[in-house]
Design a protein around this ligand. Structure first.
Ligand code: SF4
Ligand code: MG
Length: 327
């Protein structure tokens, strides 16, 4: 399958008191047409900043300072704000973790979804309304004609997230970026929203970049996975390999701290310590102070991404055949 999105050397910096702070550091990944790629890591690893960079939705004090983002072979980094407005929602859409902060509390649901359509398409009010009702049905909202006139606060969390998804797919985007789309929801609703995303992906022929800290969600949804730690990609592989044979000690830690409900395991090992903030990045491997396998070289020299096979790459000195030479 061809790639729909290619991120190359993407680097994003924020203006700090003592100068620029690099939050996303030369990351590379590809999303193939029709696939769900998971972007995984604890919070603070740079996942959301990566997705905001792709769509150029960074806060004023943030900027892409290097790299490229190709969407269907066109580099988005060189696009103007006006051009990006034509791409957002129409080509690439985004849904966020907390639907309440993204919905306008004083506008009825139907109008909010309609505005997205009106931004990109010149169609009459009647057609817009028809489309909105169809969208509400498509995302599994019952009594769509009535819900059209409701205000957001009258809907449950799951229903609000369905409305957000309706807004995201209103203009038939080829690519959806979903940033922790189920984190704010309880478990049953989470499963329903994931089911909905999966069926919409097939029905509308979309590719999805799914951002999550939850490996259960990855197992359910993703074809391949990119693991991020402290602003860098540390492992890329297919989901099956990631779950069965994780290579990077950070990935191993993430898996050991994920509950296996089917096996009834209760005791979880959490990874000791915390994700460093960019001003705390270590000189060598950024995971070294939390890593049970850390060696001398890890504290002095940052590991490159080692290609392990065509599918898997891993940023860890354990996978360097020529380790001795480097030391
Ligand atoms: Fe651990 Fe060293 Fe690998 Fe970093 S490079 S993950 S410290 S073994
Ligand atoms: Mg985030």
């Amino acid at each position: 399958m061809p790639n729909i999105l290619v991120v190359k050397g993407l680097t994003t910096q924020f203006e700090g008191e003592k100068g620029p702070i690099t939050v996303v550091d030369q990351i590379d990944f590809k999303v193939k047409k029709g696939e769900v790629l998971g972007l995984v890591g604890e919070s603070g690893c740079g996942k959301s900043v990566t997705s905001l960079s792709i769509l150029q939705l960074l806060d004023k004090n943030g900027k892409i300072s290097g790299g490229e983002v190709f969407y269907n072979n066109v580099n988005l980094v060189s696009k103007s704000e006006k051009e990006m407005r034509g791409i957002r929602g129409k080509e690439i859409s985004m849904i966020f973790q907390d639907p309440m902060t993204s919905l306008n509390p004083v506008l009825i649901i139907g109008k909010q979804i309609g505005e997205v359509i009106e931004e990109h398409e010149k169609v009459s009010g009647t057609v817009v309304k028809q489309k909105v009702v169809e969208l509400l049905k498509l995302v599994g909202i019952p009594r769509a004609e009535e819900i059209y006139y409701e205000y957001p606060h009258r809907l449950s969390g799951g229903m609000k997230q369905r409305v957000m998804i309706a807004m995201a797919i209103a203009c038939n985007p080829a690519m959806l970026i979903a940033d922790e789309p189920t984190t704010a929801l309880d478990v049953t609703i989470q499963a329903q929203i994931l089911d909905l995303l999966r069926s919409l992906k097939d029905e509308l022929d979309m590719s999805i970049l799914l951002i999550t800290h939850d490996l259960g969600v990855v197992a359910e949804m993703c074809d391949r996975v990119v693991v991020m730690y402290a602003g860098q990609v540390v492992e890329t592989t297919d989901t099956r390999t990631l779950l069965r044979k994780p290579r990077h000690p950070y990935t191993v830690g993430l898996i050991q701290s994920t509950p296996h409900q089917s096996k009834g395991e209760r005791r979880l090992k959490s990874i000791i310590g915390q994700v460093p903030t960019p001003d705390q990045f270590l000189q060598g491997c950024r995971f070294a102070d939390r890593c049970p396998k850390a060696m001398d070289i890890c504290h002095s020299t940052i590991p490159p991404l080692f290609e392990l096979d065509g599918q898997t790459s891993c940023r860890c000195w354990l996978y360097d055949d020529k380790k001795e030479e480097v030391i």
